[in-house]
Ligand binder design. Structure first.
Ligand SMILES: CC(C)(COP(=O)(O)OP(=O)(O)OC[C@H]1O[C@@H](n2cnc3c(N)ncnc32)[C@H](O)[C@@H]1OP(=O)(O)O)[C@@H](O)C(=O)NCCC(=O)NCCS
Length: 152
């Protein structure tokens, strides 16, 4: 299994990885144009035949802070450490870009804690609150936990 940058012709495959979550009302759909427009910020996990089975993205807020987002692994491939490798890859990407802090909001807090993320509060990140939380339709019933990885 290979963790590598996503390619433009993989946008629909990436979107399909979120279908179940979107259908279950746990995630908002990601427009294809939004993924394509930031394709350099996406990593995918691909098997030996090149089939994309997992993805993650890095969203940059400013010169210091970014967020690991849109983590998903195809149900047939879960439980093999792929999500952990994708998150580690996105932290490496943040480090390579000179960023200092990596935020995530997730229902899978244990996964991130095993990788060195520490629990925090989303209110400590107004960049995130104003850009994403304020307009989010799930904001009154948010069950996501904020965690931070400090690269500095
Ligand atoms: C959550 C998800 C990405 C995990 O993918 P995965 O490849 O199975 O995860 P890993 O195998 O790397 O798991 C690493 C560790 O995290 C733990 N973990 C996995 N999913 C978890 C979850 N939902 N909550 C808490 N811990 C979790 C695993 O038990 C594992 O621990 P171990 O090393 O002690 O066995 C996958 O289940 C998924 O795509 N779910 C739907 C989308 C989603 O929930 N995304 C998360 C962002 S909210």
């Amino acid at each position: 299994m290979n963790i590598r940058p996503a390619q433009l012709d993989e946008v629909e495959t990436i979107r399909a990885l979120f279908e179940d979550e979107v259908r279950a009302g746990r995630m908002l759909p990601r427009p294809a144009e939004q993924i394509a427009g930031a394709i350099d910020d996406w990593l995918v996990a691909a098997d030996e035949d090149g089939r994309v089975v997992g993805c993650v993205s890095l969203v940059v807020f400013n010169r210091r802070l970014c967020e690991v987002r849109s983590l998903a692994v195809h149900p047939d491939y879960r439980g093999n450490g792929l999500a952990s490798k994708l998150v580690a890859g996105s932290v490496d990407l943040a480090r390579a870009r000179g960023l200092q802090r990596v935020l995530t909001l997730t229902r899978a807090a244990g996964l991130f804690e095993k990788l060195g993320f520490r629990r925090d509060f989303v209110a400590n990140f107004p960049e995130k609150v104003w850009r994403d939380c304020a307009p989010c339709p799930f904001r009154h019933a948010c069950d996501e936990i904020a965690l931070l990885f400090d690269l500095a």
